[in-house]
Design a binder for this molecule. Structure first.
Ligand SMILES: [Zn+2]
Length: 112
């Protein structure tokens, strides 16, 4: 009998042949890549590993070492800093900042 935690359709079954006998093995699902919080694009520099595997990595290897690394993609990060600069200089109103970028812009403004 298969172990209880393997009795699921979500794990892929693989027939493996090891020295004359074929055995049924279960393949773990691949973890989906991390997505940007603003534009939902795929984040670069974030490994595709499950939580347990990520914990084994060094903290600096889990996400890029930049502000909002692991949350926002490079283009959204650039936009956040540009908008924060425009708001602090008075050329743009805080209300006209894109809704999804607003919490990040407010964080940058607090640190200025
Ligand atoms: Zn993005």
């Amino acid at each position: 009998m298969v172990q209880r935690f393997l009795r699921t359709r979500s794990k892929k079954k693989v027939q493996k042949r090891a020295s004359k006998e074929t055995r049924l093995k279960f393949k773990a699902k691949k973890v989906s890549p991390a997505h940007c919080a603003a534009c939902s694009g795929i984040l670069a520099g974030v490994p595709r590993k499950d939580k347990a595997e990520l914990k084994k990595l060094a903290k600096t290897k889990r996400r890029p070492q930049v502000p909002f690394g692991g949350h926002l993609c490079a283009s959204c990060r650039k936009t956040v800093f540009e908008e924060a600069a425009m708001v602090s200089s008075g050329t743009k109103e805080i209300e006209s900042v894109r809704y999804k970028l607003l919490p990040y812009v407010e964080t940058v403004l607090k640190k200025l």
